[in-house]
Design a protein around this ligand. Structure first.
Ligand code: F6P
Ligand code: MN
Length: 329
């Protein structure tokens, strides 16, 4: 069987009948190459000394794991000299990181998503988003573009297989890392999220903190066949957004990280620019739906800050719409 590698795929891929820009192809290849290196660090675990934590908090107030820092530094070092980039922003850094040239794009990333899974050998990943650089000297405002302006987004999952899932705005494509030669091979063409589902993902331990519409919706799912939904639902929670979203990409489901009253002034837990927007772009491109809680389409949210948080509800289109009925009532 002939295999299609990432570069060959990108060279023949058309967006609205037009080939992808050469600069965008190069940038995606550079990001994908860094993810191959990160996957090597992840796989080494204790043997490469990447487990454990630094004991310091990042800009998000979370304790940084060793692998969070290593992955962030690796992406910065590998990409700061890219002629395709003007600047980068990361979940792990307060400020933006200007690049050596003023290339046509901006890169945003969550270098290691789901870090609480690192030390227990459960799936984690890298999430990235690419925007056009508006030109001139980049600053924070250059990045504050709504998600619908993304020109590409993707994630890698470091799991039983290492996979890269990518969109350039013309469908979603999955690549598996061939461990023999460390190349990305196309293994899933035009990924589609089933419109209906019987599976949900939410951290149930927060139930007592949820707003009434979220509580009412989940109560009805839990009521199963005897409740108003007239079917039994299953639940999964990997606690790494990449892994939970990847499952939904493959077999459908609804993923929820709503606002809750633990920290009422925070709009949610997840980050708009590094997590919600790239995942929402992918989900929409795969036929799914993504909303910012009761505030409408995620990709239309106007960002007000680099590290802004949002409530996230995404996945199978019809199920997200059922939830919207609760949010509106
Ligand atoms: O990046 C934040 C994150 O780790 C997500 O990947 C994941 O979905 C979520 O937090 C897990 O949250 P909790 O700790 O509430 O399970
Ligand atoms: Mn994350």
């Amino acid at each position: 069987m002939t295999q299609t590698h990432l570069t060959a795929f990108l060279l023949q891929h058309k967006i609205g009948g037009v080939p992808a820009p050469a600069e965008l192809i190069s940038l995606i290849e550079e990001v994908a190459a860094s993810c191959v290196t990160i996957s090597g660090l992840v796989a080494g675990g204790a043997l490469t000394g990447v487990l454990g934590s630094r004991g310091v908090e990042n800009v998000q107030g979370e304790v940084q794991k060793e692998l969070d820092v290593l992955s962030n530094d690796l992406l910065l070092k590998n990409l700061e000299g890219s002629p395709q980039l003007s600047a980068m922003a990361s979940e792990e850094m307060e400020d933006i990181h200007p690049c050596k040239t003023q290339g046509p794009y901006l890169l945003l990333f969550d270098p290691l998503d789901g870090s609480s899974n690192i030390d227990i050998n459960v799936s984690i990943g890298t999430i990235f988003s690419i925007l056009k650089a508006p030109g001139g000297t980049p600053d924070i405002s250059s990045f504050l573009q709504p998600g619908r302006e993304q020109v590409a987004a993707g994630y890698t999952v470091y799991g039983p297989q290492t996979m890269l899932v990518l969109t350039l705005g013309a469908g979603v494509f999955g690549f598996t890392l061939n461990p023999a030669d460390r190349t990305w091979v196309l293994t899933s063409e035009n990924m589609q999220i089933p419109a209906d589902t019987k599976e949900f993902a939410i951290n149930m331990s927060n139930m007592r903190h949820w707003a009434p519409p979220v509580r009412a919706y989940i109560d009805d799912l839990l009521a199963g066949k005897d409740g108003p939904r007239r079917k039994d639902f299953n639940m999964r929670w990997v606690a790494a957004m990449v892994a939970d979203v990847h499952r939904i990409m493959v077999r459908g489901g609804i993923f929820m990280y709503p606002w809750d009253k633990r920290e009422p002034d925070k709009a949610g837990k997840l980050r708009l620019m590094y997590e919600a927007n790239p995942m929402s772009f992918l989900v929409e491109q795969a036929g799914g739906k993504s909303i910012a809680g009761g505030a409408g389409r995620m990709l239309d949210v106007t960002p007000t800050g680099l590290h802004q948080r949002v409530p996230v509800i995404l996945g199978s289109r019809n199920e997200v719409e059922v939830f919207e009925g609760y949010a509106e009532s």
